[in-house]
Each structure stands twice: as C-alpha cells, then as structure tokens.
Design a protein around this ligand. Structure first.
Ligand code: HEC
Length: 97
C-alpha cells in the first residue's frame, strides 16, 4: 500500500481547531500505536504528560526530516501546524503513565 494511502486514511479532513473535543478526536489517530490516553504498552513511547513544546518540536522535526524515524516522519506530514499544537496540548494535559 502506498504511503499516500496510509496518510489519507490517517488524516481526518474537516477538523476545526480550538475545541477540546477536536483535540481528543484528532489525537485518536495516534492511539493505535501510542495507546489510549497516550499510554503506550510496547516499544512505542508514551505521549501522556510530555511537555507540549517537546511534542510540537518532535512533530516538526519528523515533518522536516531532521529527526530520523521509522514511521513518524510519514505521519507527521499529514497534520497542519494547528493540529499539531492541538494534539500536543491534549497529550501534555494527560497524566503521565
Ligand atoms: C503506526 C504507529 C504510530 C502512529 C499511528 C503514531 N505514532 Fe508517534 N511514534 C511511533 C513510533 C514507532 C515512534 C518512534 C519514532 C519512529 O520510529 O518513528 C513514535 C514517536 C513519536 C513521538 C516522539 C516521542 C518521544 O518520546 O520523543 C511523538 C511526539 C509522536 N510519536 C507523536 C505522535 C502523534 C501526535 C501521533 C498521532 C498523530 C502519532 N505519533 C501516531 C509510532 C506511531
């Protein structure tokens, strides 16, 4: 399957920013790997409780290709800066695992 197809599946169009439920909604795409509420069980890092700024910086680094990754460089490209800010705020607000 082409990477573009994966991105098309993961990218949820029509999301508006600045509402709490949107943050949870857009972040739901991350739960497959990072676990429910950002608490991962396996080798994938947990996101819950990480500083918002750190999450934004990592996502931008994945997007720009400056942080090497197995999958996140592909995923990060599917999100706007506003969506990344929204998700970062959401995950940082959750209790650390
Ligand atoms: C297909 C599995 C998968 C999905 C879906 C996924 N991630 Fe990841 N994520 C990973 C893996 C694996 C890593 C480790 C880096 C790598 O190899 O890509 C990672 C790393 C990260 C990191 C760096 C964490 C750290 O401690 O430095 C952040 C931030 C992150 N992901 C955010 C997200 C967000 C936000 C989403 C939802 C848009 C998401 N991820 C969806 C698999 C996934």
């Amino acid at each position: 399957m082409a990477a573009g197809t994966v991105l098309a599946l993961l990218y949820a169009p029509g999301i508006t920013v600045a509402q709490e439920r949107d943050a949870a909604y857009v972040s739901a795409n991350c739960a497959n790997c990072h676990g429910p509420q950002g608490r991962a069980a396996g080798a994938v890092p947990s996101l819950a409780g990480l500083p918002s700024r750190y999450i934004v910086e990592q996502m931008q680094a994945f997007k720009a290709g400056t942080r090497p990754a197995t999958i996140m460089h592909q995923l990060a490209k599917g999100y706007t800066d506003a969506q990344i800010e929204l998700m970062a705020g959401y995950f940082s607000s959750l209790p650390k695992p």
